[in-house]
Design a protein around this ligand. Structure first.
Ligand code: 13P
Length: 250
């Protein structure tokens, strides 16, 4: 049985006060939820203050990226140890915004995934095709290359600690959600791929989230699909009620 995992990616949103308010509201709303793993990923500047708010709750802390080196002259970057020292458990790696705007490649994703796992952080690895790639019929090829690249050289024991997020780029922040059938098809494909790359146990155990304009009103149909194990939520994670509405969709 895979436990559902709903994660909020706050992206470059929330000042200190906004983050405190949002985290406090979420903690209150979800306090009785024990069948869904809940993760929030504030920007770096708000990680510690949010940790102080969630530390005794059922909400876990995630970060939005990390650097693959341990420490040193990498101005602007954040290390795994820094994240661990403020209570971070999960880290988003390879988000399409990183790939599009900040030169993230399958190679850097792979280095970050290995570093996260070596240090005891759980990676949430994002994959997904652009609209053009989908229209050209390249979705599976693109997703396969990203999954293979991300986990190259990663052991079975380590991939079992990882989460994969399928986020079609054309659905992110656009209000255009993949239909449950479109998403399910790619999730099933990723699971099949995990079986090829590892084995049946890995395929059945690794959780695969959907991300891209997931909202309270479309979450249920997506989450009912057999291979969709949760969501990575952008816009709707910035309102506590909407985030809760995805954790408990009607
Ligand atoms: P939206 O939910 O705003 O489409 O963002 C999805 C996403 O990129 C989560 O990482």
């Amino acid at each position: 049985m895979r436990k559902r995992i709903i994660a909020g990616n706050w992206k470059m949103n929330t000042t200190l006060d906004e983050a405190k308010k949002l985290a406090s509201e979420i903690v209150e709303l979800v306090k009785n939820v024990d069948d869904v793993e809940i993760v929030i990923c504030p920007p770096y500047t708000n990680l510690y203050v949010v940790y102080e708010i969630i530390k005794d709750s059922n909400v876990k802390l995630g970060a939005q990226d990390l650097h693959w080196e341990d420490k040193g002259a990498f101005t602007g970057k954040i290390s795994a140890d820094m994240l661990l020292s403020v209570g971070v458990k999960y880290v988003i790696i390879g988000h399409s915004e990183q790939r599009t705007y900040f030169c993230e490649t399958d190679e850097t994703v792979n280095k970050k995934v290995k570093q996260a796992l070596k240090k005891g952080l759980k990676p949430i690895v994002c994959v997904g095709e652009t609209l053009e790639q989908r229209e050209n019929g390249e979705t599976k090829e693109v997703v396969k290359k990203q999954v293979v690249g991300a986990f190259e050289g990663v052991s079975k024991e380590d991939i079992l600690k990882s989460v994969i997020a399928y986020e079609p780029v054309w659905a992110i922040g656009t209000g255009k959600t993949a239909t449950p059938e479109q998403a399910q098809e790619v999730h099933a494909f990723i699971r099949e791929l995990l079986k090829e790359l590892y084995d049946e146990e890995v395929a059945q155990s690794v959780r695969i989230q959907y991300g891209g304009s997931m909202k309270p009103n479309n979450a249920k149909a997506l989450l009912e699909q057999p291979d969709i194990d949760g969501g990575l939520i952008g816009g709707a994670s910035l309102k506590a009620k909407d985030f809760y509405g995805i954790i408990r969709p009607e």
